[in-house]
Design a protein around this ligand. Structure first.
Ligand SMILES: Cc1ncc(COP(=O)(O)O)c(C=O)c1O
Length: 438
């Protein structure tokens, strides 16, 4: 007897059945977040949508296991499977980025950077990094971070005027002068609000001249590097630090990669220097993400992220927005709202009410305070994961334009109208990994 499909297929089973029963309150919050991520246009450049496979790997029994040490050298028994999982992640990282050594255990980007300090500097030593208000990360020696209190952080910036073509870019004369004068143990390059290509070769030359270890922090651009849409730091940097959850589209985690000569120092710094047991479920999800990033379709994704960001920048410039460095080479656009007479935070909160999620951000040489800066930071990794293309970027720019004008006037009706239009478009582009998608 042949089985026939039912005339009316059953609707998909509700997500998280065990959680709904055990903790309905929390399940409801997760459901609400899924809905929010489905309905809104998420433009925060450090965020993304991971695949269902990456999500599944993070929610596995691997999280039940303690594994201090490294494959074949653990302090706990029962590592038959975990060793293979971690080795798979390490081998995939080495193959994807073309590095001799990879450590996939850092809990996140900040501890990964701290491990680099532990490996190559001593408390009180000088380190050179890009300053936070210029686009660098807290962990590159900024004062409020442990890296700026336990180490002597010397900071470089960008050239002005920041919104001009040619301005808003790293001032290599300053980097070279500071490096020669201060003789840092470590030089950090890379950042969190850098819209232009990082010249790893120029940093490598300066680091070699002064005998510093060059750490390329590619947290933001790792997916672009893996997909061939940004030059690789591998020939120039001693150490490469990255988060795994931004453009690389993996779980929240991090990796440290290096030449074989630094392998021992890095491994020792991560464990036992800084951490205990690795998060094996995260390691597994990193392995999945690295496999996905090695597929030809990921190269298309990385190039589409950049094409979308460039198209969005053009469409914003056409609407009179000032952009730091006059545009973008990567996934990120930094908007200076000074000429629009709307502070960054006011604009970001209004856009949020319009279903467009961004973050307020300082712009280099910002006359305003960091809690209430002049800019907003946007990016295209998430919308590209949903399949939006360059043809939609003028519409996105127009929503931002209308949202910023509405923020200036306090026009809540206009923001609500944008929210409806955004949700309509988003419904046509289901997000990977979301149970509510489609
Ligand atoms: C360049 C850079 N490095 C490091 C980090 C720190 O990563 P995490 O937030 O995972 O600690 C970030 C996070 O935004 C970053 O942008």
């Amino acid at each position: 007897m042949t089985a026939h499909p039912p005339a009316h297929p059953a609707p998909p089973a509700p997500a998280h059945p065990a959680l709904r029963t055990a903790d309905p309150e929390l399940a409801a919050l997760i459901g609400a977040e899924e809905r929010l991520q489905a309905d809104t246009l998420r433009l925060i450049p450090s965020e993304n949508y991971v695949s269902a496979a990456v999500l599944e790997a993070t929610g596995t029994v691997l999280q039940n296991k303690y594994s201090e040490g490294y494959p074949g050298r653990r302090y706990y028994e029962g590592q038959q499977n975990i060793d293979l999982v971690e080795t798979l992640a390490v081998e995939r990282a080495r193959a994807l980025f073309g590095v001799e050594h990879a450590n996939v255990q850092p809990y996140s980007g900040s501890p990964a950077n701290l491990a680099a300090y532990l490996a190559f500097a001593a408390p009180g030593d000088t380190v050179l990094g890009m300053s936070l208000p210029m686009g660098g990360h807290l962990t590159h020696g900024w004062g409020v971070s442990a890296t700026g209190t336990w180490f002597r952080g010397v900071q470089y910036g960008v050239r002005g005027p920041v919104t001009s073509e040619g301005g808003g870019r790293i001032d290599f004369d300053e980097v070279r002068d500071l490096a020669r004068k201060e003789r840092p143990k470590i030089i950090f390059c890379g950042g969190t609000a850098v819209p232009r290509t990082i010249d790893f070769a120029a940093f490598g030359e300066i680091a070699r001249e002064v005998g510093a270890v060059l750490v390329a922090d590619i947290a933001h651009i790792a997916g672009l590097v893996a997909g061939g849409a940004h030059p690789s730091p591998v020939p120039h940097a001693d150490v490469i630090a990255t988060t795994t959850h931004k453009t690389l589209r993996g779980p929240r985690g991090a990796m440290l990669m290096s030449r074989a000569t630094h392998a021992k120092a890095i491994d020792k710094a991560v464990f036992p220097g800084l951490q205990g047991g690795p998060h094996n479920h995260t390691t597994a999800a990193i392995a999945v993400a690295l496999r996905e990033a090695a597929a030809p379709s990921f190269r298309d994704y990385a190039h589409a992220v950049v094409a979308n960001a460039k198209a969005l920048a053009e469409a914003l410039l056409a609407r009179g927005f000032d952009l730091v460095s006059g545009g973008t080479d990567n996934h990120l656009v930094l908007i200076d709202l000074t000429s629009k007479e709307v502070p960054g935070k006011v604009a970001a909160k209004a856009l949020d009410r319009a279903g467009i999620v961004v973050n307020h951000n300082t712009v280099p040489f910002d006359p305003r305070k960091p809690f209430d800066p002049s800019g907003i930071r946007i990016g295209t990794p998430s919308l590209t994961s949903r399949g939006l293309g360059t043809e939609q970027m003028p519409r996105v720019a127009e929503w931002i334009n209308r949202g910023v004008s509405a923020a200036a006037k306090g026009d809540e009706e206009a923001l609500a109208a944008i929210r409806t239009e955004v949700a309509e478009l988003m419904a046509a582009y289901p997000a990977p990994g979301l149970a509510t998608a489609g």
